[in-house]
Design a protein around this ligand. Structure first.
Ligand code: SF4
Length: 422
């Protein structure tokens, strides 16, 4: 058998919100292997085999036409369909929104809680944010709140923190990194990068520390509960670093904060950033954004004016995030049909589905075919098909390349065909 190797350079990786665009991938027929610049997530993602799965109904292989017919029947018969997961590229998200409008469905993303925590802060108070390029090239101080960075975006430290700033007043000066968070994350960061200052604290104490830090940064005496009083000298040192920096960046990963206080912690960090701008330049950066989270949020915002968790059941998009969350719709048993989209990994739909019909679009997976009422094996954007995705800082839409050829349809193709019949 003849083997055809090809080396593709400057490939954009779709497997986390960083969208690194410097990978080298070697392909051989249906196989793709990262040979340069990929992290473990990228290596595993590109190594997923496209397989030869066919569409199926109740686990039995069928034609795509028949599966589409069954999906249409399910959606027409449902009172409250839910389109969730939504882990795909911009074209897939656009097609999902069009289907939601036609089917009267609610729309949410796999990382809907994290997206919502950021979105409510942006809506409530506004925020001053920066980009990955600015962090890499201009920031002389980066404070990581509750995240080591690499556990949500595995090359964040390598790409953005380790290089010396390349532009402006901080050009070629060493960058300071400060960590505030759990001891385990502090140890993980220490293995990757020496921090100028580490302040360990439990997640449930983050708000107390942030309140004290904000007061200190404003030149006021900060106070802490007695159990945390030992942290005050370190917070004073951090306040000095923040006030004397030319350009500081405060970063967080919403998915790593405690869910019941994530928005308040983010609001508090954004308040600190605003206060710092009285004295110097500072900005925020939300890490994470994987599985197409930022792409889904942007597409939903273009098309409805709202950042996800919208519901078309009443004809027009209704935005009530707590009510339209995947978990909430399933727990209240309101959703009576699920379209689950997971094109980067064959992730199963959430539990607690109380026997509602499941229409699944994901890369080939026998397990998923067995779980789904209707299953469509689809291509992975950036591996099997081209596309566009938004980076975690939401300012750059990057083109994705097809690095290997498969006969799998894209999620957008399947969703558009279903929409066309409703
Ligand atoms: S850090 Fe993210 S985008 Fe970069 S190679 Fe790893 S998974 Fe891909």
């Amino acid at each position: 058998m003849t083997q055809t190797y090809a080396t593709v350079k400057d490939v954009t990786c779709p497997f986390c919100g960083l969208l690194c665009d410097d990978l080298t991938v070697q392909t051989n027929g249906p196989s793709a292997k990262v040979v340069q610049n990929g992290c473990a997530w990228a290596v595993a993602g590109f190594a997923q085999q496209p397989g030869t799965a066919s569409a199926s109904i109740q686990g039995r292989p069928c034609t795509v036409d028949l599966a589409i017919q069954r999906a249409v029947q399910i959606l027409i018969g449902a009172n409250q369909p839910l389109i969730a997961g939504l882990a795909t590229d911009a074209a897939g998200c656009r097609a999902a929104m069009a289907l939601a409008e036609k089917a009267g469905a609610a729309v949410d993303h796999l990382h809907g809680n994290a997206i919502s925590s950021n979105a409510v802060v942006m809506q409530r108070r506004g925020w001053i944010m920066t980009t990955l390029t600015e962090v890499r090239n201009r920031a002389d101080l980066v404070v990581l709140f509750g995240t080591d960075g690499d556990s949500v975006n595995p090359r964040f430290i390598e790409r953005c923190l380790r290089p010396r700033p390349g532009m402006g007043r901080n050009r070629n000066r060493p960058r300071k990194v400060v960590f505030i968070g759990e001891a385990a994350e502090a140890r993980a960061l220490k293995r990757a990068l020496p921090a100028a200052l580490t302040i360990t604290c439990r997640k449930q104490n983050q708000l107390d520390l942030l309140a004290a830090l904000r007061a200190l940064a404003n030149g006021q005496p900060g106070s802490l509960p007695r159990s945390l009083a030992g942290k005050l000298p370190s917070l004073k040192r951090l306040a000095e670093l923040l006030r004397s920096a030319n350009y500081s960046v405060c970063a967080w990963a919403p998915g790593q904060l405690l869910p019941d206080q994530a928005d308040i912690v983010i609001e508090s960090i954004c308040g600190l950033v605003t206060a710092l701008n009285e004295h110097t330049r500072a900005a925020g950066l939300a890490l994470g954004g994987s599985d197409g989270a930022v792409t889904a949020m942007n597409v939903c915002a273009w098309q409805t004016g709202y950042p996800l968790r919208v519901n078309f059941a009443g004809g027009a998009p209704e935005y009530i995030p707590s009510r339209n969350a995947t978990d909430a719709l399933l727990q209240r048993r309101e959703a009576d049909a699920l379209v689950w989209i997971s094109t980067f990994h064959p992730l199963p739909p959430p539990g607690g589905l109380h026997n509602i019909p499941r229409i699944v679009l994901a890369p080939p997976s026998r397990k998923l075919a067995g779980l789904a009422d209707v299953y469509f094996p689809v291509s992975t954007p950036g591996v099997d098909a081209g596309g566009t995705m938004f980076r975690l800082d939401s300012v750059v839409g990057l083109p994705l390349r097809q690095v290997r050829s498969t006969s799998l349809p894209s999620a957008a193709e399947i969703l558009n065909r279903i929409s066309g019949k409703i």
